[in-house]
Write a protein that binds this ligand. Structure first.
Ligand code: ACO
Length: 334
């Protein structure tokens, strides 16, 4: 019997501290006008010192479980997309598992930078489609503020912190995730990266070489091309034309990347969801945060074909088309 994986609940967590572009003007040679016109970002959230990828992911996961009406002990698997976890190991997923009081089921992290959440969702989908599991928690959580050089205006203005989560459940009724496209081109590894602490720990401590490094124009061109191409492939796999997508929820990195890709796909602005203005780029958390806000705003109805697409460090990409519902919740009772 064919098994379908549908989203049964969602949640998100955003740190309380808001840092607006204007707050950065005082300490960097930048301006609200420059940042907004190049990126569409007005403000971002920054985690408090005690907040971590696991604490924020846990909060988002609790919201998703409450909405789905799923007890943590019912989970069969926990997958967390992150590249800014507080520990190199154990996995952020293990910390969230313990925080939830879940059973000792499998828990692992996915590191695919800004594509991570769609990678993780694809993995969760496969475990359900294969018949191995019925209920999978998928989280995206990032604290990029701790990977940034706050004196580097070219990078620090772009990112923010946050978390989002969904509960995937098996269903015998057709619906849910219809296609998954994953890709990676490691020849672009130097275009966007954070050196690992194992590369040269002493040098990293002395010179701050653990900060995010990026070739902005190269990443920009890659992102515009790849968001459109990966979405086309995901639509084709799902048996629809790109223009039949009802809601397009791309990774929220830059409003110009999003509108150029939407235009290439022939999608009108009404079919595109963006919140980059309020949160900046939250990497693997951006798509589940956007998905949850889109649902809350009434932008998702049963039967809608929704395209999710992430692109980022790797260089990597991941896209999928899912059919919303049946019976997916549209508000968070929390
Ligand atoms: N404020 C003011 N000036 C700035 C700032 C800033 N915050 N940052 C850079 N500049 C300056 C540069 O120093 C440069 O000055 P110069 O001409 O005197 O040398 C000038 O602005 C133009 O710099 P560019 O890098 O050419 O600016 P561009 O128009 O390409 O925009 C940006 C830069 C916004 C980073 C763009 O390249 C971009 O969005 N790239 C994609 C990067 C991205 O989204 N990364 C996120 C991770 S990947 C992902 O999620 C897809």
């Amino acid at each position: 019997m064919e098994r379908f994986a549908r989203i049964a609940g969602w949640g998100r967590y955003l740190p309380a501290q808001v840092v607006a572009n204007r707050d950065l003007e005082g300490r960097l040679d930048t301006s609200d006008e420059w940042i907004f016109s190049r990126t569409g970002i007005r403000e971002r959230r920054i985690a408090a010192p005690e907040e971590t990828a696991s604490s924020m992911g846990l909060a988002a996961a609790r919201g998703a479980l409450a909405m789905a009406g799923v007890h943590p002990q019912e989970l069969d698997l926990i997958i967390v997309a992150t590249c800014s976890a507080e520990r190199v190991f154990p996995a952020c997923a293990s910390l969230i598992q313990h925080g939830l009081g879940a059973r000792t089921v499998g828990a692992f992290d996915v590191n695919a930078a800004c594509s991570g959440f769609v990678y993780a969702l694809s993995a969760g989908h496969q475990f359900i489609a294969s018949g191995l599991h019925r209920t999978v928690l998928v989280v995206g959580s990032e604290v990029f503020s701790r990977l940034l050089d706050w004196d580097d205006r070219a990078t620090c203005v772009l990112f923010g912190d946050g978390a989002g989560a969904v509960v995937l459940q098996a269903s015998e009724e057709p619906g849910g995730i219809r296609s998954c496209v994953l890709g990676s081109d490691g020849s672009g590894a130097d275009a966007l990266y954070v050196p690992g602490i194992c590369a040269s720990p002493l040098e990293a401590q002395r010179n701050g070489h653990h900060f995010l490094a990026m070739n902005g124009p190269q990443v920009f061109k890659f992102a515009v091309r790849t968001v459109a191409e990966a979405t086309r492939q995901a639509a084709w796999q799902a048996g629809i034309l790109p223009e039949e997508i009802d809601l397009f929820i791309p990774h929220q990195a830059n409003a110009r990347i999003i509108s150029a890709a939407a235009e290439a796909l022939g999608l009108s602005q009404e079919k595109v969801f963006t919140n980059v203005e309020r949160y900046g780029n939250t990497s693997a958390a951006s798509i589940p945060i956007a998905l949850s806000e889109a649902a809350e705003a009434g932008r998702l109805r049963d039967g809608d074909r929704v395209a999710l697409v992430g692109v980022g460090g790797g260089l990597s990409w991941a896209a999928m088309v899912l059919e919303w519902g049946p019976g997916a919740p549209s508000y968070n009772p929390e």
